[in-house]
Design a protein around this ligand. Structure first.
Ligand code: NI
Length: 171
């Protein structure tokens, strides 16, 4: 297993709609294992393959730090089957450092996809699991939390980032 480098905003791959996985092979399974190790190391609760430079529809989710009842899982080619309700919760993203913003999400969600073994599985989630699923599915559609907040907040974040870059260049 290996730790993978997580791409940061504004990397162009984070804006790309990712391609479907046609065949789940050893390479895909290895990637999923590496993504699993990478979120543990980064203390994240989810990761999409595009965040580590692979523009394919693969996500991993592990909300156990927040909800110990749940298990780690990976989904290949996840699709939203149904969703209901609304909620708003503060979210962060490993690709958008130092950003924590309230994002509107569906309260409950049912997602279907393939397991790393190639079996069709369904995952239903509410609360933190619903948030993580929606957040990661956003990633494979080229969407970041920055695309789900107001333009003003987005501008503030961009300016903060620019300022930090300038500071780094000077030092
Ligand atoms: Ni994210």
């Amino acid at each position: 297993m290996a730790l993978l480098e997580i791409l940061k905003y504004p990397h162009p791959l984070l804006k790309k709609k990712c391609e479907k996985v046609e065949r789940i092979d050893e390479e895909v399974r290895r990637l999923i294992q590496d993504m699993r190790e990478t979120i543990y190391h980064a203390s994240g609760i989810g990761l999409a393959a595009c965040q580590v430079g692979i523009p394919r529809r693969i996500i991993v989710v592990d909300v156990t730090p927040i909800d110990p009842e749940k298990d780690f899982f990976a989904l290949v080619n996840p699709e939203v089957i149904s969703e209901e309700g609304e909620m708003e919760h503060e979210e962060g993203c490993l690709s958008v450092p130092d950003c924590s913003e309230k994002v509107k999400r569906k309260e409950k969600i049912l997602v279907r996809g393939l397991s790393p073994e190639g079996n069709m599985i369904e995952v239903s989630g509410e609360g933190i699991l619903a948030i993580a699923l929606q957040h990661e599915i956003d990633h494979i559609n080229g969407m970041l939390i920055l695309d789900r907040i107001s333009r003003l907040k987005r501008e503030i974040y961009r300016n903060k980032l620019k300022k930090e870059r300038r500071k780094e260049e000077k030092s």
